[in-house]
Structure formats: structure tokens, C-alpha cells
Design a protein around this ligand. Structure first.
Ligand code: SF4
Length: 184
């Protein structure tokens, strides 16, 4: 059965399929253009997202906006979401059982959006969506193709916060993504 965007959001609002439903402040549904060709997928909401219920706010969000701007993209033309819709305490990595519990929501979002390009932000998302042994350091910026969708991965913007020298590397990946969209 296929849910509507509103129904997915309602399910996430009430969700207790994993223990994060007890500790989150606010669940964080994906946001963006429902006709977008590009879907960005990160691992989980951070602390500020947990407060506001919106993906990619705060410092990581500012870096994401800068990357998009530098490559001629805007948030208004993409859809952005996470594998987990609730914040793991202390920003720890999501547990396997949490990812399994939450992945049906991502599947519903993907079925509705039908993206032409999926971009995994960071190792955790790349290993869940692209390949279980995906190495973000060596394989970021590479592409694979599934059905009518091109998939790639790059570093999560929070990696740039920790190491600003990664900005140019991630910018190159984002500019390739923009070029890929322009060629669709
Ligand atoms: S992380 Fe996902 S599965 Fe777990 S409570 Fe939140 S919405 Fe439900």
C-alpha cells in the first residue's frame, strides 16, 4: 500500500517502532520539493533538528546551503531526508535495529518522489543505501545505477565542520551532481 506524504508524516509523528520514539523531542520528516529529481539522504537528525523538527538546520544546514549555492542548486529544487527520523542521543551512529525499524518510511518517501538521483551524505547512509562496505574516503563521487536512478555518495556536511579542507572535495561532488541533473 502506498501512503500519501501527509500519511507518512502522521505515521512518523506517532511512531514508536524503535526506542528513539521515547527519547526524541521532535521527529524529523524529510522536506523539500515533492517533484525533485534529486533526493539527499543522511543518517539521522542532529540535536538542532531534534529541537526544530526540520532536517539540516544549524551549522550543517548552512554548509549544505553553501554547497548547493556554489554548484547552482537550491534547497527548493531538492528533497532531503534521513534514514532515521528521530535523533539518536549524543549523535551516536544509528543502531542496526533502529535503521531496520525506520527504513520503511524512507522507502515510502522514495516511492512517492521517484528521484532520478540519490545522494547519500556520509558513510552510514552510503553503507545502508549503496553498498554495505562502501568506503566514503575512496568511493565518494562514484556512481552506480539502479533502474532509472543514479546513486552516489559524498561526505556529510558535518565532516566539513570537523575538517574544513574537505569543502572543496565535497563541492566537486555536488557540482557533478548538478551536472548529472542538467543532463537528465
Ligand atoms: S527512528 Fe524511525 S522507527 Fe524509530 S521511533 Fe523514530 S520514526 Fe519510528
Amino acid at each position: 500500500m502506498q501512503y500519501t506524504w501527509t500519511e507518512i508524516e502522521q505515521h512518523i509523528e506517532a511512531c514508536t517502532r524503535c526506542p528513539l520514539g521515547q527519547t526524541r523531542k521532535r521527529p524529523v520528516m524529510g522536506r523539500g520539493n515533492h517533484q525533485a529529481q534529486i533526493m539527499l539522504i543522511a543518517e539521522a537528525p542532529g540535536g538542532q533538528e531534534d529541537q526544530q523538527g526540520i532536517p539540516f538546520v544549524g551549522s550543517s544546514g548552512e554548509i549544505l546551503d553553501r554547497l548547493l549555492h556554489d554548484c547552482g542548486l537550491t534547497r527548493e529544487e531538492i528533497y532531503i531526508t534521513n534514514i532515521l527520523k528521530c535523533h539518536p542521543p549524543g549523535n551516536r551512529d544509528p543502531k542496526e535495529e533502529e535503521k531496520e525499524a525506520c527504513i520503511p518510511y524512507l522507502k515510502c518517501e522514495t516511492l512517492l518522489l521517484k528521484p532520478k538521483i540519490i545522494v547519500c551524505l556520509g558513510r552510514v547512509a552510503a553503507q545502508r543505501i549503496i553498498l554495505p562496505d562502501f568506503k566514503i574516503t575512496r568511493q565518494h563521487g562514484t556512481w552506480i545505477y539502479r533502474k532509472n536512478c543514479a546513486l552516489t555518495a559524498t561526505y556529510h556536511p558535518s565532516a566539513i565542520l570537523r575538517d574544513p579542507s574537505k569543502y572543496e572535495v565535497v563541492k566537486r561532488d555536488f557540482c557533478e551532481i548538478a551536472q548529472k541533473q542538467a543532463g537528465l
